[in-house]
Each structure stands twice: as C-alpha cells, then as structure tokens.
Design a protein around this ligand. Structure first.
Ligand code: ZN
Length: 130
C-alpha cells in the first residue's frame, strides 16, 4: 500500500470561502462567468476570459480527463502531479491518487475525491481513476 502524503490545511480567503464551505459537504464548485458563459479554475472574482466581475458558483460534475501527468517515483512517498481538464472546460493542476502509478496516463478518465487535510482544515480535491 502506498503511503499517502499529508496535505496542509488550505488557506481560505474571501474569494475561495464558498468553495471550501461546499467542500466540507463533498460538493465541488467552480466559477462560471454570467457575461461570457465560460467556466474557470481557480476560483476568483474576475473572469479570466472577459474580465467581467459577474461570476457565480456552480456545481461541477467532478469528472475530468488527464491532460498531462508526471509520477514522482524518486520522492520518499510516490505521488502523481497532473493537469486534469474538467467536463465543464477548465484545466486544473492536481494530484492523481488511488491509482496504479505505473499505468496512470494522459487521456485517463478521473473523478474528484476529497482528501483530509491537517489541522481539521476543509477537505482537499484530488482525482482518482473513474
Ligand atoms: Zn467571462
């Protein structure tokens, strides 16, 4: 069994507060712009596509596809860092967990999984094979 790396509690700020509150209920939220209609990641108050401040929180499916992945096999605790493209469009940097590190690959379908964080912080989103 692979030892999981401990995750520090995320820093919560006014732009991300709603995200972490929903995370505690297992809900994965992303931001969508009501001016141009595009979703974005990471959550922020201004749309990175059109610079509108008209953004809203919307529930995401939690499903995505690995865009790129690197497995850190020489680390004390092996882990995979990846870019995952969400069904809603945005691509986010994350970790792939609960997977076979010898087989994880670009194009694999993945689904969000919530990992505990230190100091009773909100759970942290990572991805595992779908
Ligand atoms: Zn926009």
């Amino acid at each position: 069994m692979v030892k999981e790396r401990a995750i520090p509690a995320p820093l919560v700020n006014p732009e991300t507060e709603a995200f972490w509150a929903a995370a505690k209920d297992g809900k994965f939220l992303i931001k969508r712009c009501t001016a141009c209609g595009k979703a974005h990641w990471y959550p922020r108050g201004v749309c990175p596509h059109c610079f509108s401040e008209k953004t809203e929180w919307v529930p995401a499916s939690g499903r995505g596809t690995i865009y790129s992945v690197s497995v850190m096999k020489r680390a004390p605790e092996v882990y995979a860092v990846a870019y995952v493209t969400l069904e809603e469009g945005p691509t986010m940097m994350t970790n792939i967990v609960e997977c076979d590190f010898d087989k994880v690959a670009i194009g694999d379908k993945v689904v969000v999984t919530w990992r505990p964080t230190k100091d009773d912080g909100p759970p942290y989103p990572q991805f595992k094979p779908a």
